[in-house]
Design a protein around this ligand. Structure first.
Ligand code: SF4
Length: 386
């Protein structure tokens, strides 16, 4: 692919939610009223702003994330998809994903989103357990979640749903039963995240107060291993630390992030990576919804950062993202992204220590984390890149 026809993914951020989940540190906000026309115009304006700087790209994915983009009017998503098609060429097999929550209000609009052009729905189920859903402050129960997943499967060509595990009081047996129920629903793609306590969230304060405890490292690792075994045995192996799919049905949008591809981020707080000439730029939009809206009204975009990445930073981020993948980084992919071989940039003694400890493997194909390395990837990366 030449620079003139480089593939590009488009991320569009809708920052509003019905309520704020206590574990969430995403750029999501509860607003009393949203001026949908105003928001549609602003997102379209920012899209045009970036399109003018990035001519002749081939769009392989559009991803509506949030926040809760299923609260966006379906007509807004249709207008944005049409605008993307007007600015660029679309790949024949373009993936167009919308994140949704399984409340009845949102499920009632699934058909309209399909008509708008969405062809993949990613549903935030989070737990198949009403007590856990209550703990997570979710606005749906288990029955609504199952109904929403079933309905989505009858409407969208592709679907996925998310679950959060390694929760307080969770046992291996309890998670095995819950994950088995999820797999029995026949998903083609599952995102399975371990609960993390993020600074600044209500869970962070509650956890510090001792209101609840999350599983110790040994139990977390055991839960991760059970997850891998169960999903693999049902035909959904992990292709990334937290993502499982039937072969060929991986999320193409997220693969762009993990393989160092180009993506443009539209909307409050959205990030992007854009190759212009031989330089990769990191972009970031103003995070606050009102400030972003004001900036777009004033200058057509809410960009607060458009910064060339130096070679060392780019190498580190390619390694950090690529080693999340089960297959790791191929030598060709790493060379294409960084113009270097692994041996040129990795400190030999650190690499050797991690290989000897059986956390990393390197061969003629490339560099990858072993199963044990994936369980403790943050520590492995810290030791590799220190
Ligand atoms: S619905 Fe999603 S984005 Fe919104 S607060 Fe909950 S976890 Fe965060």
């Amino acid at each position: 692919m030449t620079a003139a026809t480089r593939d590009l993914a488009v991320y569009i951020h809708w920052p509003f939610c019905l309520s704020k989940c206590p574990y969430c540190d995403f750029n999501s906000h509860v607003a009393e009223a949203v001026d949908y026309n105003h928001w549609r115009g602003a997102l379209l304006a920012e899209l045009s702003h970036y399109a003018a700087q990035l001519p002749d790209r081939n769009i392989i994915s559009i991803f509506f994330g949030g926040g809760t983009p299923s609260l966006m009017e379906p007509a807004t998503s249709a207008a944005l998809i049409d605008a993307v098609a007007g600015h660029w060429s679309l790949a024949d097999d373009i993936e167009i994903t919308l994140e949704a929550n399984p409340t009845s209000v949102e499920a009632g609009r699934f058909r309209d989103f399909r008509l708008a052009g969405i062809n993949r729905l990613s549903i935030g189920v989070q737990a198949l357990d009403d007590k856990a859903l209550g703990f997570f402050g979710r606005g749906h129960d288990q029955t609504q979640a199952i109904d929403a997943v079933t309905l989505a499967g009858s409407i969208f060509p592709r679907t996925s749903f998310d679950l959060i595990y390694a929760r307080p009081h969770q046992t291996i047996d309890g998670w095995t039963k819950e994950l088995s129920e999820a797999l029995a629903m026949g998903p083609e793609h599952l995102s399975l995240y371990q609960l993390t306590i993020e600074r600044g969230t209500p869970f962070y304060s509650a956890h510090r107060r001792g209101d609840f405890q999350i599983p110790a490292e040994g139990l977390s690792s055991a839960l991760f291993e059970v997850t891998q075994e169960l999903c693999t045995s049902r035909g959904l192996p992990a292709y990334e630390i937290s993502n499982h799919a039937r072969p060929g049905l991986e999320c193409r949008h997220n693969l762009v992030y993990w393989t160092g591809g180009d993506y443009v981020g539209i909307g409050p707080g959205a990030h992007g990576r854009l190759t212009v000439g031989d330089t990769v730029f990191a972009t970031e939009q103003i995070p606050g919804p009102t400030n972003w809206l004001d900036a777009v009204a004033a200058s057509g975009h809410g960009t607060r950062k458009f910064e060339a990445l130096d070679a060392a930073t780019r190498i580190d981020e390619i390694l950090v993202m690529g080693l999340r993948l089960r297959d790791g980084l191929t030598r060709d992919a790493f060379h294409m992204a960084t113009a270097h071989a692994f041996e040129d940039v990795l400190e030999p003694r650190r690499l050797r220590r991690l290989i000897d400890a059986k956390f990393l493997e390197i061969d003629t194909r490339g560099l990858r984390a072993t199963a044990q390395g994936l369980i403790r990837l943050n520590a492995v990366l810290a030791a590799l890149l220190a």
